[in-house]
Write a protein that binds this ligand. Structure first.
Ligand SMILES: *[C@@H]1O[C@H](CO)[C@@H](O)[C@H](O)[C@H]1NC(C)=O
Ligand SMILES: *[C@@H]1O[C@H](CO)[C@@H](O)[C@H](O)[C@H]1NC(C)=O
Ligand SMILES: *[C@@H]1O[C@H](CO)[C@@H](O)[C@H](O)[C@H]1NC(C)=O
Length: 440
């Protein structure tokens, strides 16, 4: 044989290896979503919401699939993709730093269906036919989501009867109340077979009543020993500027001023991230971007090769810039009367943490608020280990998750799974109050 061919035989496998290491990350079949693709929200223009759905891994208490709850997850931002939660927080397969996938024991689809939506259009793999179509307010966000959810439910006859719980974190603290409110208002006008079967709302480290929440950063950081009194005074002055802009309806300036508060706090403390004061480096979530920009991965998910995946979309962030400081607390007040609401926070988050949330909760206009505030805060343990605290009154539950920052499921996979399951199924500390059962 000619030496040339011998050389080829030696080199070919080397080329193959090189090629493999630079390009071909594949999506293992067993890790693929049960369904994924697009839900059109505008049939004229083609704008569509990208979704991935994972069916429940097993059933509980002999619940038939037609009654098995579906959790819908919305990421915050504004404009960040729910694929972050899917592959880095609470989906059944998480992406490792070497871009391999690994089963997540703390997945939220252990006994429930789990649907991730890239919301609003223009986010993640979702498609905005034009920048003008990207929602600029919560009403338009909810309108698109309602259409998308109805389209999803129509994909399978067994979805129709399943209770739907809407969940998410951070800026979804605005999307979720807006969506819940929209669904309940819309349902009231629709025949029963056209309604969305909403059964509850869960908000993690949420931004919901921003003008109250922005005023808590200084005192929170001071009490943690991260800034001194002089810095606290300066930060409070900046916080008051935000409040001033909100009071005069200068929404653009208000959002910019809030960014100044967060930037100043970051610089004063020297922290790597406000998402968790314990972290020495930001959450290593760029792997999600690397993984999803792979051609084979896009193909497997039903996404066009030409789509570039970004964790957070600037056009969407810009479209909702003036919305950031607007409160949706009144929508939560409406929801606690009609359905159940869970508010949970990782204790180490400096953006939308415990104090930040409780400062608006205590101002809620709701007939149960005094009882809620007076209710005992119970020590929450998982398998005998301290996990956090639960406070509950009727439809409203509040959970502090210990040893967790902004991304609670990433930091506490098993505890977050127990929390969502027990809250939804009303078990353990989430069981209905005795006094109610005994008829007083
Ligand atoms: C669909 O897009 C058209 C053109 O931008 C717009 O007029 C219409 O309101 C949109 N419909 C929905 C449901 O967003
Ligand atoms: C509908 O959903 C059920 C439960 O996930 C599944 O077993 C069934 O295969 C689905 N049917 C279709 C046509 O996808
Ligand atoms: C924080 O520090 C960085 C780097 O020095 C600087 O560019 C930025 O303007 C600072 N931000 C604020 C809000 O002071």
């Amino acid at each position: 044989m000619a030496p040339f061919f011998n050389l080829l035989l030696i080199l070919l496998p080397i080329f193959a290896v090189l090629h493999h290491s630079t390009a071909a990350v594949s999506y293992p079949k067993e890790a693929l979503p049960t369904k994924s693709g697009y839900l059109k929200v505008n049939s004229t223009t083609g704008s569509a919401i990208f979704y991935t759905f994972y069916e429940a891994q097993s059933s509980y208490e002999n619940t038939p699939i037609s009654q098995t709850p579906i959790l819908i997850w919305l990421q915050g931002g504004p404009g960040c993709s729910s694929m972050l939660a899917n592959l880095f927080e609470l989906g059944p397969w998480l992406v490792n730093q070497d871009l391999s996938l690994e089963p997540n024991r703390g997945s939220w689809n252990k006994i429930f269906g789990l649907l991730f939506l890239d919301n609003p259009i223009g986010t993640g793999f979702s498609i905005a036919a034009s920048p003008e179509e990207i929602p600029r307010n919560q009403y338009d966000v909810a309108k698109h989501l309602f259409i998308a959810i109805k389209k999803f439910v129509a994909l399978n006859k067994s979805f129709k009867t399943r209770p739907i719980y809407i969940t998410g974190e951070s800026y979804a603290g605005k999307y979720l109340p807006a969506l819940g409110y929209y669904i309940l208002k819309k349902n009231a006008l629709l025949p029963s077979e056209s309604r969305v079967n909403l059964a509850g709302v869960a908000i993690g480290n949420g931004l919901t009543d921003p003008v109250i929440q922005v005023a808590t950063h200084a005192v929170n950081a001071y009490n943690l020993g991260l800034i001194n009194e002089k810095q606290m005074t300066l930060l409070e002055k900046l916080q008051l500027e935000v409040v001033g802009f909100v009071r005069s309806g200068k929404w653009n300036e208000a959002t910019n001023a809030r960014n100044m508060v967060l930037g100043t706090l970051t610089n004063m403390t020297g922290l790597a991230t406000l998402y968790d004061f314990r972290r020495l480096t930001p959450y290593p979530n760029r792997v999600v971007v690397k993984f999803l920009n792979n051609v084979e991965v896009k193909k497997a998910l039903g996404v066009k090769e030409s789509m570039v995946f970004e964790l957070c979309s600037k056009p969407v962030g810009d479209a909702l810039h003036d919305d950031v400081m607007k409160s949706v607390r009144y929508m939560v007040e409406f929801l606690v009367k009609k359905t159940k609401v869970l508010l949970y926070q990782g204790q180490c988050d400096l953006r939308d943490g415990v104090l930040s949330t409780l400062s608006w909760v205590k101002k809620m206009k709701w007939e149960g608020i005094d009882e809620f505030l007076e209710a005992e805060r119970k020590v929450w343990r998982v398998k005998g280990k301290l996990a956090g605290y639960v406070q509950k009154w009727e439809s409203l539950s509040h959970v502090v998750v210990l040893n967790a920052g902004h991304l609670v499921p990433t930091d506490q996979p098993m505890n977050s799974q127990v929390m969502i399951q027990d809250w939804l199924l009303e078990r353990g500390l989430f069981a209905a109050e005795k006094i109610e059962k005994d008829g007083h």
